[in-house]
Design a protein. Sequence first.
Length: 114
Amino acid sequence: QVQLVESGGGLVQPGGSLRLSCTASGIIFSISDMGWYRQAPGKEREVVASINFSGERTHYANSVKGRFTISRDNAKNTVYLQMNSLKPEDTAVYYCSPPPYDYWGQGTQVTVSS
């Protein structure tokens, strides 16, 4: 069974940084593309960033381009999201998932507030 465990969220001031981690099991991680998604209260879930199975190709939503960096460690079955220059509008629950599959973890809350 597929398990995705996100961690690293928290409360941070505007301009601050956080690093999210997502460890996967039950999938062949090394051949799975991975994505980070977020859902803010009252809004639909949106893709934030994605990375191909080898880590050679990445894609970012325009709203986070230049501030967020997605990476992965296939030896650890883990994908990361480094978030810098955080803004209040980044506040959301963040999830990882292997597109195009409908597998989701519990998410990790990120709150950007002074």
